[in-house]
Each structure stands twice: as structure tokens, then as C-alpha cells.
Design a protein around this ligand. Structure first.
Ligand SMILES: [Zn+2]
Length: 291
């Protein structure tokens, strides 16, 4: 009898451990089985959510890897500097080139020679340069709109403190009319935000010019005159289809060049264009193909 009791007790204990929710009442049995089912479902859903999570994780990993790869590609495309010979040309030739530039007849001179003739001052970008992957069709005019008074060199200096990938234009026109070239315009720089631009404008298919001013300053006469000469020169060397203000092609967050007189600019440009020769681009593209 004692032995039977012992067996019964151990069975009850075993059952209690196996079904802790208590399987002895019929009503409870039902609830227990439901619970069990729920538990299984939970387990299943836990399993499947685990699966989803792991899938998500893998996807996230792939995404991160892709992003890293993209960054790597983008970064590896960026250059700290581009070749530029700055050896001065003879004073006589330099003077002739400057006169031709002011008359709108300098299209046959390379941007490098314009630096060598000191028609353009050299203010090299450190970083923010990349080889072009598209033909230059657009010219984008900006104004620096600095909070404090800053000359062109200061602006370039501040860009250059931004690491390998920083903003910058190929040209700046300073308050005194001096034109700065930061890199040969056959290279692209970052002067528009391609996520926000409209009309297919990219850094690769455009050249940027910054006109130096704070929000309180007016553009100077010499500055506007140099701008027109520079635009004419670029039009001669590249197949520019259109000239835009930055605000026109990135209207969601840009308004520059601010307070710019487009009518006067167009009139002056048409005047100097009339004297221009459209021969240089072909020579330039041949050079590019060889390089
Ligand atoms: Zn701008």
C-alpha cells in the first residue's frame, strides 16, 4: 500500500512538473491546451519574428556594407588636389592675354595658362575635387552670403578645412574684381546639392562661380564686370547650354545669387559675347581625351 502511494505521489509530482498549469481538472485541461497552443503560436511567432529580425539584420548589414562601399567609391573618387602649373608666363604675353580676356577673346587659352598669365589667381582647393563623368552644360552662379565680411581667399580657406569632401566652386570673383580659380574646371567640385537640384543639374555637368559678398554688401562694379568676362570665357571653352542662379535650380533651400541684377548681367554678357570666338572647346576636349 505504501509502495502504491509512493508511485502515485511520484506520478503526481512528475505530472505537476510536466504541466505546471495543472492538468487535473477537465476545465483547466482545456484552458491549458489553449494556453499550450498559444504558447506554441507564441513560440512560432517568436521564431518567425526572430527569422524576420535576422533577415532584417542581414539586410541592414548589406545596406551598411553597400553604403560603406558607396562612400568608399565616392571618397576614392574625391581628390585632394589636381595638377596645375603656375609658372608665370612672360609679362608681355600675360598682358596680351589679359587684354584679350577683357575683350571676350581669350577662349583659346587654357585655364592653366590663364593662371600662369595671372589673369586668374590660384587659390587651390584641398579636397572637394573629382574627375568629371559628364559634359559641362551648365554654369551656376552663386553668391557667398557670408555672415561676416570675408574675401575670396578666406572663403576658400574655410572650404578647405572641411576634409576630403567639402563644398567649393571652380571660380570666385572677389570684391575687387580679382578672379580666383580653385581648380581646372575640367574637374568637378561640390557646389550644388544633387539631392535637391531640379532640371538634371549635377556637379558633374556644371561649373560654379561664387560672387563674394555678405548679405549686407552690394556687388561692386568691378566684380560684375569680371563676372561677365569670366562667364564669357567659360562659354567659349565649354558647351554651356544654360546659365542659372543657384536658387533657380535648388529652390527648396537656396536663393543665391541674392539681389543679383540678371537683366544687367544678360545685357553685358550679350555685349561681350558679340566679340567672342567659339573655337576653344574642341581643342580642349581633344586634350581631355588624350589625358
Ligand atoms: Zn550657392
Amino acid at each position: 500500500m505504501v509502495r502504491k502511494w509512493q508511485i502515485l505521489c511520484s506520478m503526481i509530482l512528475a505530472l505537476t512538473f510536466a504541466f505546471p498549469e495543472s492538468a487535473f481538472s477537465a476545465v483547466r485541461k482545456h484552458s491549458a491546451s489553449t494556453k499550450k497552443a498559444a504558447h506554441t503560436t507564441k513560440k512560432k511567432s517568436h521564431k518567425s519574428s526572430k527569422k524576420v529580425a535576422s533577415r532584417k539584420k542581414t539586410r541592414a548589414k548589406t545596406k551598411v556594407a553597400t553604403r560603406r562601399w558607396r562612400t568608399k567609391v565616392a571618397t576614392s573618387n574625391m581628390m585632394w588636389s589636381a595638377p596645375m602649373n603656375t609658372t608665370p608666363l612672360s609679362p608681355a604675353l600675360s598682358a596680351r592675354m589679359k587684354a584679350n580676356f577683357q575683350r571676350g577673346q581669350a577662349g583659346r587659352y587654357t585655364p592653366q595658362d590663364m593662371v600662369r598669365a595671372r589673369v586668374f589667381s590660384n587659390a587651390p582647393l584641398l579636397g572637394g575635387i573629382k574627375p568629371r563623368t559628364a559634359i559641362v552644360k551648365n554654369l551656376i552662379i552663386h553668391s557667398t552670403e557670408t555672415a561676416k565680411v570675408a574675401d575670396a581667399k578666406t572663403v576658400v580657406h574655410s572650404w578647405n578645412s572641411g576634409g576630403l569632401r567639402h563644398p567649393g566652386t571652380q571660380y570666385l570673383v572677389d570684391r575687387d574684381g580679382k578672379i580666383y580659380q580653385t581648380v581646372d574646371p575640367k574637374y568637378a567640385t561640390i557646389h550644388v546639392n544633387e539631392k535637391r537640384t531640379i532640371g538634371g543639374i549635377t556637379n558633374d555637368n556644371s561649373i560654379g562661380i561664387e560672387i563674394v559678398r555678405t548679405g549686407k554688401q552690394k556687388y561692386t562694379q568691378v566684380q560684375l564686370a569680371s563676372l561677365v568676362q569670366l562667364v564669357d570665357y567659360i562659354q567659349e571653352r565649354f558647351p554651356i547650354a544654360k546659365i542659372y542662379g543657384h536658387g533657380q535650380i535648388q529652390p527648396s533651400n537656396r536663393t543665391d545669387p541674392v539681389a543679383f541684377n540678371w537683366n544687367l548681367f544678360s545685357k553685358n554678357l550679350a555685349h561681350i559675347n558679340a566679340a567672342s570666338t567659339q573655337t576653344a572647346y574642341r581643342e580642349d576636349s581633344r586634350e581631355d581625351n588624350q589625358g
